[in-house]
Ligand binder design. Structure first.
Ligand code: DGL
Length: 266
């Protein structure tokens, strides 16, 4: 039993979709969320830069005495997970393996589609993770960089969002994928639109939900579960612009986010 919080981090706001899945699955666990809003987006940045930023956040979270760290950012998971695991005395869980595993189980007939930031897609991390489990699986990948600002603007069902989604998703529809991994923390907010464009028969995989299930298992195996009745706190910290974080973040997790602290890391 361990009442210490779980550390969760993202390049900004998007990781709140993963945080939300953790709140739902693990209601007795406290969390500290760090959003690197001063340096978002990570998607177009080099692997070295994303690794350096991610290590700085890991160090900060460890100073907050977290018992585990969730890398709630696909780009950071793609470029930095191994490095973070090597540096951390507590378990570090990324979002790519859980999403890849779920996709491998869900897909029956067609190829598996993956959408994400330019960095995540260029890293090929999802394709490798999927093919480790299903070597025969065909994987069709597509970077959808404009989805991130659309979500930040709250344009979930705006006509412009639909136009962009149709354009980005066209090759995946033509490839007849039967499963599509939403390989970016922002994309679950576009789920209804993506589902509509892809068709009802395509299974959408939200890495956040799968990751929360893995976090539960890691805590159980490590004897790190918080006892029932523990007073639960959720702390939110950003590197810049807390007002916007609260305003946009409320769309992700509602009233939980009434207060955020600012901690510039560099
Ligand atoms: N959080 C990032 C991800 O999941 C998306 C936003 C960004 O580019 O930083 O890849």
């Amino acid at each position: 039993m361990n009442t210490a919080p779980i550390g969760i981090f993202d390049s900004g706001i998007g990781g709140l979709t993963v945080a939300r899945a953790i709140y739902e699955r693990l209601p007795h666990e406290s969390t500290v969320y760090f959003g690197d809003t001063a340096r978002v987006p990570y998607g177009p940045k080099s692997p070295d830069t994303v690794r350096r930023y991610s290590l700085e956040i890991l160090d900060w979270l460890l100073r907050q005495q977290v018992k585990a760290v969730v890398v709630a950012c696909n780009t950071s998971t793609a470029h930095a997970l191994d490095t973070l695991q090597q540096h951390s005395p507590v378990p570090v869980i990324g979002v790519i393996e859980p999403g890849a595993r779920a996709a491998g189980s869900a897909s029956t007939a067609g190829p598996i589609g993956v959408i994400g930031t330019a960095g995540t897609i260029a890293s090929n991390a999802y394709a490798r993770a999927i093919q480790r489990r299903r070597p025969e699986a065909a994987v069709e990948q597509r970077a959808c960089p404009l989805f991130v600002p659309l979500v930040e603007e709250g344009w979930f069902d705006h006509p412009a969002a639909e136009l962009i989604a149709r354009e980005y998703l066209k090759p995946l529809r033509e490839a007849r994928v039967d499963t599509l991994v939403l390989g970016c923390t922002h994309y679950p907010l576009l789920k209804p639109l993506i589902q509509q464009v892809m068709g009802e028969e395509v299974r959408l995989i939200d890495s956040g939900e799968e990751t929360a299930a893995v976090v539960e298992r890691v805590l159980e195996r490590g004897g790190l579960v918080a006892p029932q009745g523990t007073r639960v706190t959720h702390r939110f910290v950003v590197s810049d612009d807390e007002a916007r974080f609260r305003q946009v973040g409320a769309r992700f997790i509602g009233e939980r986010l009434s207060r955020a602290e600012v901690v510039p890391l560099d």
